[in-house]
Ligand binder design. Structure first.
Ligand code: BTN
Length: 274
């Protein structure tokens, strides 16, 4: 395993296929950090601009969704990207939907069969390949800055419900992602294309693309002794669950809208849980 992250290799990969030689990203690469999200917030406070990127070979206090820890030994991809989206604060989840769709679709274009597990997980063979943590700074009801943090399992050890790309590729005839720097360039291009889709095409188109890659469609969910079926996601990131209820005359299918973080969709179909 290479001991250093090769910035030149990353820049070459990012430049490949681009007409403009000037990269939109300003890269900051570290050996070890507490959290790439935290370092990027610190850099933004010192005047760093949108599309600044922080990458670390390992993190000692990596942050996950819902206040969890993100275990971050060397071998994984840990990066954060700054954006200035000018979105209403209530729409902040759109940044996560755009990031998840952009990264998943870019990996799929490389031949990696990634799907999305609501709201922010990247999945491969039904296991967690990576996750996204979006943090925002709000002023007067608008997002003025956002940091999108991405963790992807490359060669690092993973728990039972996880998978890393190296192991997945070992079982395949072709290995589309040859190193961590190439994976990093795919993820950065995915984030850029996700944001372009959101800004230029709008949330309806982005959402329809996100739903095409959503692995939970049709899953059964159990809520307060009722069984529901996942039928989609709203434009602000809530899970749409259709409930079947019966009264004496007809079948009704009211919908519930579930906030991210209030239920967990498990990694095995049999363990969908509240
Ligand atoms: C999740 O819980 O699924 C989201 C995990 C996001 C982890 C990444 S690793 C790079 C960035 N820096 C952090 O501290 N967290 C995110």
């Amino acid at each position: 395993m290479p001991v250093e992250f090769d910035q030149q290799k990353l820049e070459l990969a990012l430049k490949a296929g681009r007409e403009d030689e000037n990269l939109p990203f300003s890269l900051h690469i570290f050996d070890s950090l507490a959290s790439t999200n935290q370092t990027l917030w610190n850099l933004l406070a010192q005047g760093e601009k949108p599309w600044s990127v922080v990458i670390a070979r390992q993190q000692t206090a990596g942050r996950g969704q819902w206040g969890r820890q993100w275990i971050s030994p060397t071998g994984g991809l840990y990066l954060s990207v700054a954006i200035a989206p000018k979105l209403e604060a209530t729409a902040s989840y759109q940044l996560t939907l755009a990031s998840a769709w952009g990264i998943a679709s870019q990996l799929r274009q490389c031949g990696v069969d990634v799907g999305i597990k609501w709201p922010n997980d990247l999945v491969l063979n039904g296991r967690k390949l990576g996750g996204i943590l979006t943090e925002t700074k709000i002023n007067n009801g608008y997002i003025i800055q956002a940091v999108i943090g991405v963790g992807i399992n490359w060669t690092n050890p993973v728990p039972e419900t996880g998978i890393n790309l190296e192991r997945w590729q070992a079982s395949r005839p072709t290995k589309p992602i040859s190193c961590l720097e190439i994976l990093t360039s795919v993820v950065l291009q995915g984030l850029q294309s996700g944001m372009e889709c959101l800004y230029q095409e709008g949330i309806s188109i982005l959402l329809s693309r996100y739903l095409e890659l959503l692995s939970n469609m049709g899953d059964k969910v159990y809520i307060d002794n009722l069984v529901g079926t996942v039928v989609g996601v709203t434009s602000v990131g809530k899970l749409r669950v259709s409930l079947e209820t019966y009264d004496t005359t007809e079948i009704k299918t009211p919908e519930l809208y579930i906030e991210p973080g209030t239920i967990t969709l498990g990694y095995s179909k049999s363990s969908v849980s509240l």
